[in-house]
Structure formats: structure tokens, C-alpha cells
Ligand binder design. Structure first.
Ligand SMILES: *[C@@H]1O[C@H](CO)[C@@H](O)[C@H](O)[C@H]1NC(C)=O
Ligand SMILES: *[C@@H]1O[C@H](CO)[C@@H](O)[C@H](O)[C@H]1NC(C)=O
Ligand SMILES: *[C@@H]1O[C@H](CO)[C@@H](O)[C@H](O)[C@H]1NC(C)=O
Ligand SMILES: [Zn+2]
Length: 552
């Protein structure tokens, strides 16, 4: 509303009247007071020059990856990797020697040794199946670059098999798409990194800065066995902040509002599961209390849902810089939004912006903590009162909030209900209200992960990641992009976590980015996962150029 009024206030008609009455210099006034469609002079989102590797390799540059000769060779290699079903199952044990289902990763390793012989000279195995390649640089005072991916894929449900257009581990290529489990998540980046490295080594590449490739094998089940051990090994060798930059899977390059946006994920929301149990004395259901503990835990859930987390645009959340980049560089962004974003410093515009973001289903949780009561357990017999009822609530924590904020909220609601019903409250082993004869609430968090440290969005490393992207996704050099599409780089936030959660102490500069055209990644994690082949070739070119831009 406020926006509309403001635009009305600034209508050319009104300006014209003002001009005639007050100054009589219509033309002059028009140049002073912009109308709503003129761009504002802001510079929230500076872009950089495309960074072209200035290293003349003996026989080819990145355009080599777009030739049909290379494409054919790469396709065969990719298909071989998809055909090895490196599935992570939820019930795999922590000890990798205790389950034969891990052995399929050995098959993948043998395949890599055969397919990428030069790169394989540098491999070590961490916790049996983690792959760690170290190509030592000539200058040990430079911090290494780490490229990450994961070898595992999510399972294919037996019942979904006949919904697949092509069998998920057949790696069918239809001339445009490669089909199969892992084609988008993320054997594409796994292979692209290996192909880029192998190509460099074929050209007697010898870096000044150490290059490390680090591939876990259980990302889809939280990464403790793979990335957890790899991150520690790297930390043992190089120490706190001993790594220059890490690239891992993440956002891609998306067509938005008439532009192509290279989204580099610099932030991740946190994660916490909270369990609340209510223990009461049981008894026979012929003599029940007015409220059983199922009823009271239900009241607890109702309290949570009646008080959802409000949207909060906190300092450092990349959602605002992302929209500022769109406002400055995307030609087809809605004018009202453009103005709201560029004039955000004004209080009312911040409110408008939050309202706007909250109205977009896919985006609204990027500025608020989510809560979902996902599991409830209580009672075992219909003629006996339940003695214990437990609810488990999952949260993805907003940038600028913390696990402690969420725990505090649970303690408040539990305390309110405990006072009402005369129960005690014990939270994380600490007694907040002494347990009574009637019962006690117990709060605990089986899984917590704070929001990730923010990666830099300016400075030398950012410019290298951004500059490499602007070169590789440049319409003039990338044969897959229409010439008239502008390309720009913007920071982004992820609602989930990648394997990089195990690497936070290794560097502040973590970018979660898959150098693919996002519209080419289809249906990952579900049936008919596939990837348009041009995306894979572009990814390979990106890793090749990035390695050159950062290690020489
Ligand atoms: C790169 O090296 C090749 C072979 O040594 C040479 O023919 C070519 O002109 C060089 N290109 C540039 C841009 O320097
Ligand atoms: C690549 O494969 C396609 C399809 O099999 C074939 O038509 C084309 O000639 C191949 N290109 C090269 C350079 O081998
Ligand atoms: C939390 O609840 C879930 C089920 O809702 C259960 O699997 C888990 O063991 C509980 N954890 C703790 C620490 O109570
Ligand atoms: Zn993944």
C-alpha cells in the first residue's frame, strides 16, 4: 500500500503541476525527480571482470571441454560412474567395516583409478572409503584450495522403479539428458572435478598452491563417516583456517527476471531437533485425569503452532544482498520490488521487503526459523493411561538466530504448562521446576547444528570465485548461453546443510556452488533424476578454470 501511494505521489502529472507552480521549469524538475521507472544510483552489488586464466597450457584452454570429441569421452566416463550404485542407506552403521554395503565404494574407487590414472597417483583413503587427493604445490606458504563432492547417492525406492523413464543405474543418454540416480546430486560435480584435474595433469600441470580434492561417502546420511573424517584429517595437517577456499555442491546458475544469476551460497541455516517428553503416573483409563499426557503434549504443540517464528531479516542474511543484486542487474525485475529493495534503508521499505519475501513459498523460510512437529509417541494400550508422551520437533534455524533461542522458547512454553498443571521441568539435565508427584517435562535436543559461519562476499577469494563464474558463464564464450542474457553473481543462503558442516574450522571461505544451469538439474532425490549434458561440460570447464585461477 505504502508503495503504491508513494508511486502515485511521484506521478509525472503531479511533478508537472509542482513544476509549473513552483519553478516553471518543467524539464529541469523532471531531471531532478526521478519517475518510478528510472534506475536509482546504487552500487550494492558490484560485479567483477571475467577472470580468464592467464596460463597458456601447451595444447588447450577451457573451450576444449565444449568439443564433441571431449563430450563423447566425458559422457562414457560419466555413465560408468552412474552405473555403480553407491547408495547411502539410513541404517548403515558408523563403523564402515561392519556392513558389506559399503563395499560398493571400492568398486567406484577401482573405476576412478582406471579412468583417472594421473589424478589417482595422489589419492589416500580416509576411513576406508573417503577419497583425499593432494597435489602438492611448489609454494608451501600458500594455503591449499579444497574442492569437495560426495560419492554417495540416495536410495531408489523399490516401489518407484516403474515410475522411472529409464532404469536409475543404467545411465541412459537421450541425446540431451543423462538419466540416473546421482546425475544431479552430485556425481556431476564429482566427475567434473576429476575430469578437470586429470586434464590439467595431462598437460604437465604443476601448481604453486596445493590442490586438494576431498570426497566423502555418506553425505546423504549426514557425512560423519566421510566428510567428518576428511575434515579432521585436513585440519590435522593445515590447522585452523589453514585452507584458502572450499567449493562444495550447492546452488547453481538460474534464469531469473531476464538474467542468469550465479548464486554462490555463503550461508546455511542451522538445524535442531528438540524432544519434549511428559512423564506422568499412568493408571487405568476408567479413572482418568482431565488431561492425559497425550492431551497436554498436544497442547504444547498447539502453543508452538500458534506462535510461529516471525520473519526476521537479520544482519548478514544474504537474502537482501541477493535481491539487491537482482534489483541492480536483472532487467525484468518488477519495478515496485526493485524500488523497495534499493530504498531498503528507509524503515517502511524493510517492512515491505519482509512482507514480499514472506509471500514467496520457496523463499519465505530463508528469513525465518521453521518448526515442524514431525514425530509423536505415546501410549501403548487403549485401556491404559500413557506414562510417557514425547514429541520431536524439527527446526531450521534462521541466520542471526541460534539453538539457544529455540531451547529458550521450549523452556518458556513447558514452564507455562507446568505451572498450569503442577508438573516439574528439566531441560538439558538442569531442573527449572522441581518434578512433582504428578509429573515432569523433559527437554532435550538429540541433534543440533548452529547456523554456518558466513563466508566473505567481497575480497580476493570472492572475486576469484565470482570472476571464474563470469568467465565460464559468459555468453560470449559459453556456447550454451543466448548472447543477450546478462550474467551476474549474487550471494545466497541454503536452507539445508552440505558436507561442509564438517569443515568449518578449516576456512571461513566456503562456497556451496554447482557450476550448472539450474534449470538443467531435474528431480534430484526423486524419480527420473537427470541432468542436461551441457551443464556437465560447463561444470568441468568451471573447475578447470577455477583451479588455474587459484593455484597458479
Ligand atoms: C600458447 O602456446 C602455444 C604453443 O606453445 C602457442 O602456439 C600459442 O600462440 C600460445 N598462445 C598464447 C595466447 O600465448
Ligand atoms: C561423438 O559421438 C557422436 C554420437 O555417437 C558422433 O556422432 C560424433 O561423431 C562423435 N564425435 C567425435 C568427435 O568423435
Ligand atoms: C527423540 O525422539 C525421537 C522420536 O521422536 C527418538 O527417536 C529419539 O531417540 C529421541 N531422542 C532423545 C535424546 O530423547
Ligand atoms: Zn548432494
Amino acid at each position: 500500500m505504502q508503495l503504491a501511494e508513494q508511486l502515485k505521489r511521484r506521478s509525472p502529472m503531479e511533478i508537472g503541476i509542482m513544476a509549473t507552480i513552483f519553478l516553471g521549469l518543467l524539464a529541469f524538475i523532471y531531471t531532478l525527480i526521478p519517475d518510478s521507472t528510472q534506475p536509482l544510483e546504487t552500487n550494492f552489488c558490484p560485479q567483477y571482470k571475467p577472470l580468464v586464466p592467464n596460463y597458456n597450457l601447451s595444447y588447450y584452454n577451457s573451450n576444449y571441454f565444449y568439443t564433441s570429441e571431449y563430450s563423447n569421452k566425458s559422457l562414457t566416463q560419466f555413465q560408468g560412474a552412474i552405473k555403480i550404485p553407491t547408495v547411502s542407506y539410513d541404517d548403515l552403521p558408523m563403523d564402515v567395516t561392519k556392513d558389506p554395503r559399503f563395499k560398493v565404494f571400492k568398486t567406484l574407487h577401482e573405476y576412478f583409478e582406471k579412468t583417472f590414472p594421473l589424478t589417482s597417483q595422489y589419492v589416500e583413503f580416509v576411513n576406508e572409503y573417503g577419497l583425499l587427493y593432494t597435489i602438492q604445490g611448489s609454494n608451501p606458504s600458500l594455503k591449499p584450495v579444497v574442492l569437495m563432492s560426495h560419492q554417495d547417492v540416495v536410495p531408489v525406492a523399490e516401489s518407484s522403479l516403474d515410475l522411472w523413464d529409464y532404469p536409475p543405474f543404467e545411465a541412459h543418454f537421450d541425446g540431451e539428458y543423462i538419466h540416473g540416480r546421482g546425475s544431479s546430486d552430485t556425481k556431476n560435480s564429482l566427475l567434473a572435478i576429476l575430469e578437470a584435474t586429470e586434464t590439467l595433469l595431462e598437460q604437465d600441470y604443476s601448481p604453486e598452491r596445493t590442490l586438494i580434492l576431498s570426497f566423502g561417502f555418506d553425505e546423504e546420511i549426514s557425512g560423519y563417516r566421510g566428510a567428518g573424517e576428511l575434515g579432521k584429517t585436513i585440519h590435522d595437517r593445515y590447522g585452523d583456517d589453514g585452507i584458502e577456499v572450499i567449493i562444495d555442491e550447492g546452488s547453481g546458475v538460474a534464469p531469473i527476471a531476464g538474467a542468469r544469476v550465479v548464486a554462490l551460497t555463503v550461508a546455511e541455516k542451522g538445524y535442531v531437533d528438540i524432544n519434549v517428553s511428559l512423564d506422568t503416573t499412568g493408571g487405568h483409563s476408567s479413572l482418568p485425569p482431565d488431561h492425559t499426557n497425550i492431551g497436554i503434549i498436544s497442547e504444547f504443540v498447539t502453543l508452538l503452532e500458534q506462535n510461529p517464528f516471525p520473519p526476521e531479516l537479520n544482519e548478514g542474511n544474504p537474502v537482501l544482498p541477493y535481491f539487491q543484486c537482482l534489483a541492480e542487474h536483472a532487467p525484468k525485475l518488477n519495478e515496485q520490488i526493485r524500488r523497495t529493495v534499493l530504498e531498503i534503508e528507509k524503515g517502511s521499505h524493510k517492512k515491505d521487503f519482509i512482507e514480499y519475501v514472506s509471500g514467496i513459498p520457496l523463499v519465505k523460510y530463508l528469513i525465518r526459523t521453521s518448526q515442524a512437529a514431525d514425530v509423536i509417541q505415546g501410549g501403548s494400550k487403549v485401556n491404559a493411561l500413557p506414562e510417557r508422551t514425547t514429541v520431536s520437533v524439527n527446526h531450521r534455524i534462521n541466520i542471526g538466530s541460534s539453538v539457544a533461542d529455540i531451547v529458550e522458547r521450549f523452556e518458556k512454553f513447558a514452564t507455562d504448562l507446568a505451572r498450569k498443571y503442577d508438573f516439574g521441568v528439566v531441560s538439558f539435565g538442569e531442573t527449572l521446576i522441581e518434578p512433582t508427584a504428578k509429573g515432569v517435562f523433559t527437554i532435550g535436543a538429540p541433534r543440533t547444528l548452529e547456523t554456518a559461519p558466513l563466508s566473505p562476499t567481497s575480497g580476493e577469494i570472492w572475486e576469484k570465485v565470482a570472476g571464474t563464474s563470469l568467465h565460464v558463464f559468459n555468453p560470449e564464450t559459453n556456447p550454451f548461453i543466448d548472447n543477450d542474457t546478462p550474467v551476474f553473481v549474487a550471494p545466497a543462503v541454503f536452507p539445508a546443510n552440505t558436507d561442509t558442516r564438517h569443515y568449518w574450522s578449516n576456512t571461513r571461505a566456503i562456497y556451496r556452488f554447482n557450476p550448472v544451469f539450474q534449470e538443467d538439474m531435474i528431480e534430484y532425490h526423486t524419480v527420473n533424476e537427470r541432468l542436461r549434458w551441457r551443464s556437465h561440460l560447463t561444470s568441468t570447464a568451471w573447475f578447470y578454470d577455477f583451479i588455474l585461477n587459484t593455484t597458479l
